[in-house]
Design a protein around this ligand. Sequence first.
Ligand SMILES: Cc1ncc(COP(=O)(O)O)c(C=O)c1O
Length: 397
Amino acid sequence: MSDHHRALRPESRIVHPPVEEVTGSRPLGVPLHQGHVFAFPDSDTLADAFGAPDGAFLYSRFGNPTVRSLERAVADLEGGSGALAASSGMGAITTVLLALLRSGDHVIAQQSLYGGTFAALADLTARWGVAVTFVRGDDPEEVRAALRPTTRLLYLETVSNPVARVTDLPALIGAAREAGVLSVVDNTFTTPLLCRPIEHSADIVLHSATKYLGGHSDVLAGIAVFADAGLHHRVWHHALEQGAALDPFAAWLTLRGMQTLGLRMRRHNEVALDLAGRLAAHPAVAAVHHPGLPGHPDHERARRLLPDGQGGVFAFDLAGGREAARTFVGAVRLASLAPSLGGVHTLVLHPASTSHRQLSDDELTAAGIGPGTVRIAVGIEHPEDLWADLEQALAGL
Ligand SMILES: Cc1ncc(COP(=O)(O)O)c(C=O)c1O
């Protein structure tokens, strides 16, 4: 990457991702290298290629030019030394967990994790004896109190789902670092345009690139970014065995989507905050959970850690409770009732009866989810059309 490229702002760098060389000219769109195997002039050169994640391409499970363009682009945006793309967000998450943990190790994890991550940790506990202590996301003393001689990882998410609590990354990561414990942060909800956990001393940053990075609900992808090259090599060696490599076409789609990430995130931020304010004033709405609103418990932390915006996902509680929420999510017309988030389409969901249905009433309350809570992942449609849709659905309650 040239000095000129490095000096650009992230929104400009993202439009010009690193492209592997083509003789005599430079393609502006990243080329799709779908072939999975590469030929060599002699055995020594081939042997050298087996050793490192940034060596010559030999076989696409080890590395591929299109996939590497994506890895370099996301590593650049996050401020990491390198990245590893995987076939989904969960592929990236389990690759990192399985590479770094062994039987008997201890993990400190945030309580409000994405359900798939929670299930992966529960599986490691049940089958491998990996112990997990859960903490809230706001108190470094909880991390210090949970530390054991066997603690290997602190696992956090930048913003919690669905009630958008903002994690105190610098304080929690600082507490882990004092004890020599690695920090892993899932940054899916904020993207590197709103938060760069490596600037807060995180060791690994994870993304479900299926969400904002891809951005168009047409690709599954995951990526792990490493602050340190040694850690990257270690996880890459494990990734070869696990075989969770990203398909080049999925990498190509993700890169194409990412070029508009700057525009999309600005729109998600603006429209979500606008709708949150309008919902807060509606008589059918009991509470709105958006960290950009002054009443949110993490408003001050959001101003400090996410000054450029808090993304497009937030939640609100309907005064009519469970039935009102279920009626509402079935009554929207422009928005869709669907899981996922981070795409151009606005999606709504009733967490208590779908994404979080396995939680008990007490666990739901601890997660801030009420019977009438609705999650909304705001897309990029016109705010007036979206508000008209939400208003007509609210009018039917
Ligand atoms: C925060 C977060 N991390 C990870 C994942 C898993 O990503 P994927 O569906 O790409 O495997 C999700 C999926 O919703 C998510 O919301």
